[in-house]
Ligand binder design. Structure first.
Ligand SMILES: [Fe+2]
Length: 283
């Protein structure tokens, strides 16, 4: 059995993130992590925590050094780099130098457990690899596509999960009540994701972040998932279980576990938390 926590978009290093879907408290990250540790102690064990990206709001030695320390938890923490983690051209060097424990030696890597392979592959954004400069055109480098295909072809008898920062799907109208899909990705990137999902029989789930919205799309018994921001009210994170070749997922809030008071400020966006079906897989 494999059990891990998935959270994202903590945006450490700013009071006011440039993008948020609900009231954000990035400065409360240390307290939220303490509350999550208490949850792990009560409801665990878990094997590791996977951060889906945008751990920091902009790349600096100071921000990386802070999160490298803050995310020293009772279990290993891994990171799929997001656009806000890559705001300078030597960001990858800085991450590998100052926080190597978030990566297994490489920015694209696989976490192997007894029954699961989880592949962490952060998508690109613009013309310079691993550098975000406001352009949002998600894609993979050729070497990343080879990595994904090679890794997904190994160990066909176990469950595979892929983690990338930018989602392959928009937020459904049934969830938002809007007229159109919200945050629909560029068609080429969307097709890439769905093709990877179709091609690899044992790829059961793709985890993404970036939108700060909980979603769960089913695609012929497989799942595309995104998470809301861990530092936005009500401070959700996901617990993912893999057992007997089946994946299950639950979403948990830390709102009642904190010592500070935080309220929803935008009740027109309660869809961010999602319906029960957007927050869970299986029972
Ligand atoms: Fe992002």
């Amino acid at each position: 059995m494999t059990r891990f926590i998935y959270l994202s978009d903590t945006h450490w290093g700013t009071d006011k993130p440039s993008y948020s879907m609900q009231h954000a408290e990035p400065n409360k990250l240390p307290e939220l992590l303490r509350a999550m540790e208490e949850w792990i102690a009560k409801k665990g064990p878990v094997d590791f925590v996977l951060h889906g990206g945008d751990m920091i709001d902009s790349t600096s030695r100071k921000n990386i050094d802070f999160v490298a320390q803050a995310f020293q938890l009772s279990v290993p923490v891994y990171l799929c780099l997001g656009n806000h983690d890559l705001t300078c051209s030597n960001a990858v060097e800085m991450w590998l130098d100052r926080a190597p424990h978030f990566f297994l030696g490489k920015i694209n890597f696989s976490i192997e457990t007894s029954d699961c392979s989880l592949h962490v592959v952060p998508n690109q954004w613009g013309p310079v690899p691993y550098h975000w400069n406001d352009v949002q055109k998600p894609y993979f480098l050729l070497e990343q596509e080879k990595f994904i295909n090679n890794e997904l072809s190994r160990n066909p008898n176990r469950v595979h999960v892929l983690s990338t920062h930018s989602p392959f799907h928009g937020v459904p109208v049934e969830q938002t009540g809007l007229k159109n899909l919200l945050h629909q990705p560029p068609r080429v990137f969307q097709e890439k994701g769905y093709s990877i999902l179709r091609t690899h029989r044992n790829l059961q789930c793709i985890l993404s972040a970036h939108s700060h919205i909980n979603t769960r799309i089913e695609q012929k018994g497989k799942y595309l998932v995104t998470s809301s921001s861990f530092v936005e009210v009500p401070f959700d994170f996901k617990c993912i279980n893999i057992s007997n070749d089946q994946i299950t997922m639950s979403t948990h809030s830390l709102l009642d576990q904190t010592n500070f008071k935080s309220n929803y400020y935008d009740f027109t966006k309660t869809f961010v938390q999602g319906r029960e079906c957007d927050r869970t897989i299986g029972s």
